[in-house]
Design a binder for this molecule. Structure first.
Ligand SMILES: C[S@@+](CC[C@H](N)C(=O)[O-])C[C@H]1O[C@@H](n2cnc3c(N)ncnc32)[C@H](O)[C@@H]1O
Length: 415
């Protein structure tokens, strides 16, 4: 392996066509670019933008050091704006571009909080037309803090619009339980097939409500919990949304193979759920850390026994960070070992060798693109054990993503 990082623009799967794109970009810039060739290709967009909070968000990451574990804080995104007008101007550009990307049956869900929702609602009415407003979904949750100065703010608002009145929506794809789950004072009975039900008589007719019949959500969603501290889904990204929320949105508004977009992907909840649900995805974020986190979450997924197929368009950096790695020819391929990787920031905070490795992929470099065969995560990425890379076209290479979100590629020097 060369121990110097080489240049690489895009990461793609070694076999198969990518079903998803993960892009490091400011969404306004990305939308301007894709609108030239991809207008009208999008079935649904879920956007969870900064909420004009005036805060800088960070995340806590626990890393291994020579003397145990160390928690560091990393900046994720900055939600400070010169004025509300500046924020709304940016949102207008992104919402308008997203509208153009939608096909005629497409829909948009915009996730906001009660402080900014009125402004975004007016913007959406203006861009989509008030008659295409479908719902103001109230996502109510129970989290720790309580206010004594006003009623505690325990909900977000998700604004749902259709691009046209021919929008696609399938409520039957998202049952939220069965009638039998509900508290009911009516007497239970059993029919001739053994199914239990309750009934009422009205106008001389009997109406039966079977316990196993599905019920569907209305516009107040209090059955999806906020991610708890110890939730295994949690990545540490402070504004991460639960997968269950995106499942309901994606299942109700798209079909398998449809394209779903999220131009503020954060920790990648939309991409992960879209991949699991067999939808294509286009997700972007302007933060390297968010892209690295989404990449890691996607790499950890298995879909019918296989990893999801996606590309990562986030240029790798070339700096002075060197590695020690081996790439040894084996029958039908290579055995690759990452022995030591210590970017300068890792040295500064006392991380041990490989302690700053978040994940790494083995694959091939072809020109400026890296073709990923397999990604290793967590301890598997840090333990220095050999990873087999089957023979294929290109130069064997390693793509290392560090815990600060930086990506670097190192290639094998062929004799
Ligand atoms: C509220 S978070 C999204 C959280 C996400 N839904 C999740 O489940 O993790 C907002 C994200 O928008 C990103 N962001 C802010 N401005 C952006 C812009 N102009 N273009 C792309 N991403 C942006 C931030 O970096 C942040 O990751």
């Amino acid at each position: 392996m060369t121990n110097e990082a080489v240049s690489c623009q895009q990461e793609r799967p070694l076999t198969g066509e990518p079903q998803g794109r993960l892009v490091l970009a400011d969404s306004t810039t990305l939308l301007r670019e894709i609108l030239q060739t991809e207008k009208g290709t999008l079935q649904m967009a879920y956007l969870d933008p900064p909420f004009f909070t005036g805060q800088v968000f960070d995340m806590k990451v626990v890393l291994p050091t020579s003397s145990g574990k160390r928690t560091i804080s990393l900046d994720t995104y900055d939600d400070r704006w010169p004025s509300r007008e500046a924020y709304l101007a940016k949102m207008r550009e992104i919402l308008s571009g997203t509208r153009e990307m939608l096909n005629t049956r497409g829909t948009i869900f915009v996730h906001v909080d009660p402080r900014i929702s009125a402004h975004i609602r007016l913007l959406l009415d203006d861009l989509f037309g008030g008659s295409h407003f479908l719902n103001e979904i109230v996502w109510g949750y129970q989290t720790g803090g309580r206010s004594r100065r006003f009623f505690s703010r325990k909900h977000d608002t998700i604004l749902f619009y259709g691009k046209t009145s021919a929008y696609y929506f399938n409520l039957s794809a998202v049952p939220s339980g069965t009638i039998g789950d509900r508290q009911n004072h009516m007497k239970r009975q059993t029919d001739e097939t053994g199914r239990t039900y309750r009934s009422i008589f009205s106008g001389g007719r009997e109406y039966r409500y079977y316990d196993d019949a599905p019920v569907y959500p209305g516009d107040v969603w209090s059955d999806i919990s906020h991610l708890q501290q110890k939730d295994p889904e949690r990545t540490g990204f402070i504004t991460q949304k639960p997968e269950a929320l995106l499942e309901r949105i994606i299942r109700s508004s798209t079909q398998e193979g449809d394209l779903v977009a999220d131009f503020f992907c954060g920790s990648g909840t939309t991409a992960v759920v879209a991949a699991k649900e067999g939808r294509r995805f286009l997700t972007a974020d302007s933060s390297e850390l968010a892209i690295a986190l989404t990449d890691r979450r996607l790499a950890a997924c298995t879909i019918q026994g296989n990893p999801p197929l996606y590309s990562v368009e986030s240029p790798c950096i070339q700096d002075e960070t060197r590695i020690s790695a081996e790439c040894i020819a084996a029958t039908d391929g290579w055995n690759i070992r990452l022995l030591s990787f210590r970017p300068p920031r890792a040295v500064e905070i006392g991380l041990e060798d490989n302690g700053a490795v978040d994940h790494f992929a083995v694959g091939y470099l072809r020109g400026e693109n890296f073709y990923r065969y397999r990604t290793l995560l967590g301890e598997d990425a840090r333990d220095g054990k050999p990873v087999f890379l089957p023979a294929a076209e290109g130069i064997p290479a390693l793509l290392v993503t560090d815990c600060f979100g930086k990506r670097r590629v190192y290639r094998h020097t062929l004799e």
